[in-house]
Design a protein around this ligand. Structure first.
Ligand code: BES
Ligand code: MN
Ligand code: ZN
Length: 497
């Protein structure tokens, strides 16, 4: 992916399409009015006829027939001018990218306007929108007409050169977000735990600062990970514990090791507490946390951010069968705590319990886990905000700030010890599933906290945001969103300062 930032006149920018934002009430930005003169006022005519508007999601394409160096203009509505933010620009750029994919738009240019948004933010949002919006998930279609991939992005407009660095970084991170989407969209018959470990090896191959190690079933059991091993035992596909370490040459703070833990159920059938058939196919995406963690480390290493990272991704399947773990089983986790299994579908917290403890033992000072953990977070927050939980207000604040800056949105949720009573078991230290759904996302987070050891820990419940069953900005199509990659890159950037 090539990103060029130019300050030549927009009329001279060569591209398949040159996009720009149009606010509401509909008004052409100053730089666009100059272009309009060169296309004989066609844009103004379209505005007057109500065919070109600033309403959100509207994209109006205009051919230039030799009047400009760019082949087409794309006017993209961003909604009310007073509400303009990075989300609006990202969504508009995504719409332009999606709409021009079938016309072969390999070079997409964007005209940065002086519209009140800081230029760096606008540049990042435009680049991300173009790359996320063009993504196509139809890799398995034999007669598909895949949209043309974007090969080059050109940012133009006054002052553009000042934000070249941000634009290039955004392209790197969005590229990794799309790789994450490839992994999450992949079907579970292809993307087994072993294949996910293969992806981690690919990621590690990209930088000398990265090393990957994987533990198989024997090593997982030998390490005392009785909770992880139990979930995995019902499947013919072997589990893997993936450990990806990033050791930059000159970390800003040698005493900080960011521990990233990602839930990776390559398929969650629910186990013996079997899920209903409706929507079970979506449980191929139950490795969204693990994929985001691995891809984010790839992005952070490519950017060379000076922060030490230890990523731990427990990968397995949750299947019913003769070897499956049972409701009623009592497991011993790596930290020695005993867990009564009351529902085998509450499996994510079990594999994370051992992975969190392992990450802490291996030296992580600041833990953050990403997990498609609960259906109730989907009910509470839908597909736009993830739920953010944590024990340490400073650390939660840090993660919240990264979420706000990145476009991977999160909302801080309460984590009061009062809810802990729903995990009390008559037989063991804790049970894995409360008998009622109420407060279930908070209770799941409290379960994780029991295994996170000493020191700051935070948890993102991404069940609603990692995989969407219908379009939402800036994703024109259903499927994986790559949620977390941009957030984690922003977090690493904050810890590098
Ligand atoms: N992977 C699911 C959660 C999920 C639900 C992810 C919907 C994405 C979309 C998780 O393992 C699960 O089954 N959770 C149960 C927990 C319950 C048994 C306490 C749930 O949310 O119903
Ligand atoms: Mn489950
Ligand atoms: Zn699950």
């Amino acid at each position: 992916m090539q990103v060029d930032v130019v300050e030549t006149a927009p009329r001279d920018v060569e591209a398949d399409v040159l996009g720009f934002a149009v606010p509401e009430p509909t008004e052409l930005p100053a730089a666009v009015q100059q272009l309009d003169e060169l296309v004989n006022g066609r844009l103004t005519h379209l505005v007057e006829d109500g065919e070109l508007t600033g309403s959100r999601g509207a994209v109006t394409l205009v051919h230039t027939i030799g009047e400009l160096a760019a082949h087409r203009l794309a006017a993209a509505g961003v909604g009310p001018a007073a509400e303009l933010d990075a989300d609006a620009v990202r969504a508009a750029a995504a719409s332009v990218a999606a709409k021009t994919g079938l016309t072969g738009g390999r070079t997409v240019a964007w005209l940065l306007a002086d519209d009140g948004l800081p230029l760096a933010e606008e540049a990042r949002a435009a680049v991300e929108g173009i790359l996320l919006g063009r993504y196509d998930a139809g890799r398995w279609k034999t007669n598909g007409m895949p949209p043309t991939p974007v090969e080059r992005i050109v940012l133009c407009g006054r002052g553009a050169k000042a934000v070249a660095e941000e634009a290039r970084e955004a392209a790197v991170v969005a590229g990794w977000a799309n790789r994450c989407r490839d992994i999450v969209n992949a079907p579970p018959n292809e993307l087994t735990p072993v294949r996910l470990a293969g992806f981690a090896e690919e990621v590690a191959g990209g930088s000398r600062a990265l090393t990957v190690e994987t533990l198989g079933p024997g090593e997982i059991e030998a390490a005392g990970m009785g909770a992880f091993a139990a979930v995995a035992q019902g499947s013919e596909n072997e589990p893997r514990l993936i450990r990806l370490a990033y050791e930059p040459e000159r970390p800003v703070r040698a005493d900080v090791v960011l521990g990233l833990v990602g839930k990776a159920l390559t398929f969650d059938a629910g186990g013996l507490s079997l899920k209903p058939a409706d929507g079970m196919d979506e449980m191929k995406s139950d490795m969204g946390g693990g994929a985001a963690v691995l891809a984010a480390v790839g992005a952070i290493a490519e950017l060379g951010l000076p922060v030490r990272i230890l990523a731990v991704v427990p990968a397995c399947e949750n299947m019913p069968g003769g070897h499956a773990y049972r409701p009623g089983d009592i497991l011993t986790a790596a930290n020695g705590k005993t867990i009564e299994v009351t529902n085998t579908d509450a499996e994510g917290r079990l594999i994370l319990a051992d992975a969190l403890w392992y990450a802490r033992e291996e030296g992580a000072t600041h833990l953050l886990d990403l997990a498609t953990l609960t259906g109730t977070i989907v009910v509470a927050m839908g597909d736009f905000y993830a739920g953010l939980f944590g024990s340490d207000p400073d650390w939660v604040g840090e993660v919240q700030a990264a979420a706000d800056a990145s476009g991977d949105h999160a909302w801080t949720m309460p984590l009061h010890r009062s809810y802990r009573r729903f995990l009390d078991s008559e037989f063991a230290d804790v049970k894995n599933c409360p008998d009622k759904k109420r407060g279930s996302s908070i209770i799941a987070a409290l379960f994780l906290q029991e295994f996170a050891g000493e020191g700051p820990w935070a948890h993102l419940d991404i069940a609603g945001t990692a995989y969407i069953d219908r379009a939402r900005d800036p994703f024109p199509r259903m499927g994986a969103t790559g949620y977390g990659v941009r957030l984690l890159a922003a977090l690493a950037r904050r810890l590098s300062a």
